[in-house]
Design a protein around this ligand. Structure first.
Ligand SMILES: [Zn+2]
Length: 291
């Protein structure tokens, strides 16, 4: 098989890794398959849902520290993406009540915004709504939190990576208009874990991070950006195969590129151009870790 072009970054736009899971070793497998960069989304690293701001502070710092370790120990550039997980609200409400849980999410979003401003993270994520109908009494709190997330991201001038149910064209339009009401630009919104192919011109300016399935990749190639590929790897030994394995993006990129030299330029759309347009920086092979 022809190798990937040596100057092409190969980027997984959304995955989770845990210091208690496979962690660095998974990133090494990613690199060996040809991967160079990944966006490391935070996750719960402890058994219980966070119920204090300290809990979130610890969680976010774990993500930032792990990202640094992936760079030094696995040779993979990792960009931290942090925010309180929208579904945490439902669980935290069991002990804090809806009002208390909503306040905690607001405070955790403010903290995440400050960490973006001090360049410890590159985006707020995952923010949005649970991917299932929320129980009675939670609808308003969920929307308040999402709105606050967009305001924090807007003020920090960073992208917002959205967790929600799968979207069709009208779902993308609804998301863009929800964001517009908070003066949040659609070009900095990315729907993550997109499983339905929706053409760029039908997404109301919102970016899509597609699950790196073969049929979605085939559907994307003719598309202008912004769009990304992701695995949403969970690094959870209790749930092997719940999502795609971490080396999937480089493997599929390699298969796509093989024998079709013209496709080289197409690969720059998800791996370079889309990152540049949404995040304002471009991944490069061999980039140095900022001191
Ligand atoms: Zn995720």
């Amino acid at each position: 098989m022809a190798p990937l072009p040596p100057d092409l970054p190969v980027v997984d736009h959304h995955c989770h890794l845990s210091p208690h899971g496979e962690g660095v070793a998974a990133a090494v497998r990613f690199r060996k398959a040809g991967g160079t960069h990944l966006f490391l989304a935070t996750q719960r690293y402890e058994p219980g849902v966070p119920v204090t701001l300290d809990d979130y502070d610890r969680q976010f710092r774990t993500t930032v520290e792990l990202a640094a370790k992936l760079w030094t120990d696995a040779g993979v550039v990792a960009y931290p993406v942090i925010a309180p997980y929208p579904i945490d609200l439902l669980e935290a409400a069991k002990s804090l009540g809806v009002v208390g849980a909503r306040e905690l999410q607001f405070a955790a979003l403010d903290l995440a915004g400050r960490m973006v401003e001090s360049q410890q993270a590159v985006a707020l994520g995952e923010v949005g709504r649970p991917h299932f109908p929320v129980p009675e009494g939670f609808g308003e709190a969920v929307d308040d939190v999402f709105r606050h997330a967009l305001e924090v991201a807007r003020d920090a001038r960073c992208p917002a990576i959205v967790h929600c149910d799968d979207l069709d064209a009208s779902g993308f339009r609804e998301l863009a208009s929800f964001a517009a009401r908070s003066s949040f630009p659609p070009g900095k919104l990315v729907k993550h874990y997109a499983r339905t192919f929706v053409r760029s011109e039908e997404r109301a300016g919102v970016g899509a991070s597609f699950l790196a399935r073969r049929e979605l990749i085939r559907a994307c190639w003719e598309e202008p950006g912004p769009w990304f590929l992701e695995t949403d790897f969970l690094d959870d030994p209790a749930r092997p195969g719940a999502v795609l394995d971490l080396p999937t993006v480089p493997r599929r990129a390699l298969a796509f590129w093989e024998g079709e030299p013209d496709r080289r330029e197409r690969l720059r759309i998800p791996f370079v151009d889309s990152v540049k347009s949404v995040y304002g920086f471009a991944p490069a092979v061999g980039e140095r870790r900022p001191a």
